[in-house]
Design a protein around this ligand. Structure first.
Ligand code: ADP
Length: 213
């Protein structure tokens, strides 16, 4: 099987396209990137990513949001939650995000992505400044109190195995580009902090002073 895969790969040759990433960018007036939200279930990834995308949309920026559960309904519906499936889940999301970045979009991804090594793989697929890691840092007790999908209760009852934070580890990012504490800031303040970063580092245009918090 491995050999077969290897043999067929030899006959697959990259085709250069006439319309390049640089050419696309001249039309878009933004610097494409991946806003990679990581954090425990219930930490606020989807809520904040949705609100950031809405703000970018309002500003006429071109975006796409890849959300954990939605991707598992389609592209990754063949994957479960074993360690190897989780790794493959993140790998595919990284590859899809890379294509979207190549197309010029600001991509927002909202996945627990608990393992440093997997986030590192996603990061390695794009240029250095195209990957912005956003740590949605909410203490486990608060995520568990919120429990927006009732999953912590199920995990505590033993109905869900390998649940991050309970029966599976979450490896915190050590040097995220943006560190968000949802127990200290409102959703709007969290959004402002991200928009501020995007303006300050030239991903979008605007007045960063409107957002400094
Ligand atoms: P995740 O995508 O990380 O699993 P969700 O966004 O689905 O988390 O759920 C987070 C819950 O926490 C939502 O019900 C949201 O309304 C609530 N919440 C309370 N305060 C905040 C905040 N400052 N930022 C984000 N979410 C918050």
């Amino acid at each position: 099987m491995e050999n077969k895969k290897h043999e067929s790969n030899k006959n697959i040759i990259w085709h250069n396209q006439n319309v390049t990433k640089d050419k696309r960018l001249t039309l878009l007036n933004q610097k494409p990137c991946i806003l990679w939200f990581t954090g425990l279930s219930g930490s606020g990834k989807s809520t904040i990513a949705n609100a950031v995308e809405a703000e970018l949309f309002k500003r006429g920026r071109k975006t796409y949001l890849l959300d954990g559960d939605n991707v598992r309904h389609g592209l990754n519906k063949d994957l479960g939650f074993s360690e190897s499936d989780r790794i493959e889940n993140i790998r595919r999301i990284g590859e899809v995000s890379k294509l979207f970045v190549d197309s010029g979009l600001i991509v927002l991804t909202a996945f627990i992505s608990p393992f440093k090594s997997d986030r590192q793989i996603a990061k390695s697929l794009v240029n250095y400044h195209e990957f912005i890691e956003i740590f949605i840092d909410t203490p486990l007790e608060i995520c568990e109190q919120r429990d927006p999908k009732g999953l912590y209760k199920k995990a505590r009852d033993g109905a869900i195995k390998n649940f991050t934070g309970i029966s599976s580890p979450y490896e915190e990012p050590l040097e995220p580009q943006i560190h968000i504490k949802t127990n200290k800031n409102t959703v709007q303040e969290c959004v402002d902090k991200i928009i501020y970063y995007l303006i300050k580092f030239g991903y979008i245009q605007g007045n960063e002073n409107d957002y400094a918090i």
